[in-house]
Write a protein that binds this ligand. Sequence first.
Ligand SMILES: [Zn+2]
Length: 246
Amino acid sequence: MLLGEPPRSAGDLHFRLFGIPVRVHPYFWLVAVMLGLGPDSQLSDILIWVVAVVISILIHELGHALLMRAYGLWPWITLTGFGGLASADPAGAQRIGTAGNVLISFAGPAAQFVLVAGLAAALKALGYSITLDTSGIVPLVYPGEPVASWGVSMLLIYLMTASVSWAVLNLIPVYPLDGGQIARDLFLAASPRNGITRSLILSIVAAVAVAVVALSNGSKVLALMAGLLAYSNYAALQAYRNQRGW
Ligand SMILES: [Zn+2]
């Protein structure tokens, strides 16, 4: 999920994962720390949270990128303030067609679901209990008891809850989230003429709905993000209509 690639900066971190170039923009660390800050969080707690977020989002973007490569593209991954982005040459995406692009969009959230299912299965196999927590907007699973040490337990809890939350959030049909990309690809396949307009209208309606649900659940950060996405899609719809002359 992201609005665009950030410019290169001196603080960028570069490495390769399975041969795929990865760039981490400094804003990524800043936003990850801010999201992990609680009223009484310790430094060790925040560090473990940031490690969990890096692993979770890298696995999400790897899901997209590895499938892009399977389709013959040469992807790269950027981690920045609002999460991650797996990109490739846009001409290649057109060549892949609707089904391929939908699968590529779905592969990010799917990779996170597979990670959590794999961790839960491994914990079960080792004799640990798993908690299913349905108290929030999104059902979460995490270890029901301490695993190995405090640090390992916290890492597992953060990794499993952040992964499911991020995957579900990204499947909401709001552009440019993965669910919004999927909706746009399907609308465009059904109607090349009206696809963009329909996907933008669905994005606005879905983002407003998420903002209302988040507000009634007291999730201010989610409500703010959904509100910003509703506005950016509304602005995009106006610009698109002006450009088309109606
Ligand atoms: Zn994604």
